[in-house]
Design a protein around this ligand. Structure first.
Ligand SMILES: [Zn+2]
Ligand SMILES: [Zn+2]
Length: 186
């Protein structure tokens, strides 16, 4: 594991959140309704989330544009500027916890804070940890020609090039395979 459990969990949540934004040239927003938000919370295993309101939905939707540029920065200084601005927006209250059998580790947001505030703080600090570990280049965009989904590369040798939409890596493999066959004169 490259980062701590909670850091990787927060980064996974963040990638999923940012990728609900419509892809370039598309109108499909995957975080439009309270139902979408409910599914997101469930899939990402958020604990202790109360009744969600349309205010929660609007706040969480607004976070996406704030986090998205972090996946295309060109330097640590640029990334640090973005991440510091994000962290400054949330009220962080560090607290030691050993929930669910995990070793003692720190949570940065209060359980009773709003959902958007929790995401801001936990994902902001997770990004700060990535940058402070000299691992900023693991925050990237998918290299498939018609996809620019955010991705976090947790592979040992930083070899991940495509997002987790199965079509991205596969489609290119198929194209490369056909190209090879063609050159081989088959
Ligand atoms: Zn935890
Ligand atoms: Zn992709």
């Amino acid at each position: 594991m490259t980062f701590s459990h909670d850091t990787e969990q927060a980064l996974g949540t963040l990638v999923r959140l940012v990728n609900t934004l419509p892809a370039p040239g598309s109108q499909v927003d995957e975080l439009k309704t309270l139902e979408d938000l409910d599914k997101f919370i469930h899939d990402r295993e958020f604990s202790a989330v109360g009744q969600l309101t349309s205010a929660d939905l609007e706040e969480v939707r607004a976070l996406r544009g704030m986090f998205a540029p972090v996946f295309t920065t060109g330097s640590d200084a640029e990334a640090a500027g973005l991440v510091n601005a994000i962290i400054a927006r949330g009220a962080s209250t560090p607290k030691l916890t050993n929930h669910d059998g995990h070793p003692w580790h720190i949570h940065y947001s209060r359980d009773d804070a709003s959902l958007a505030s929790r995401i801001t703080v936990e994902c902001g600090i997770a990004l700060a940890q990535v940058i402070a570990s000299g691992e900023r280049e693991r925050l990237r965009r998918c290299e498939a020609p018609d996809c620019d989904d955010a991705l976090i590369d947790l592979s040992r040798n930083r070899s991940k090039r495509y997002c987790d939409a199965r079509t991205c890596g596969n489609r290119l493999h198929v194209a490369a395979y056909r190209e090879r066959r063609k050159t081989a004169g088959e």
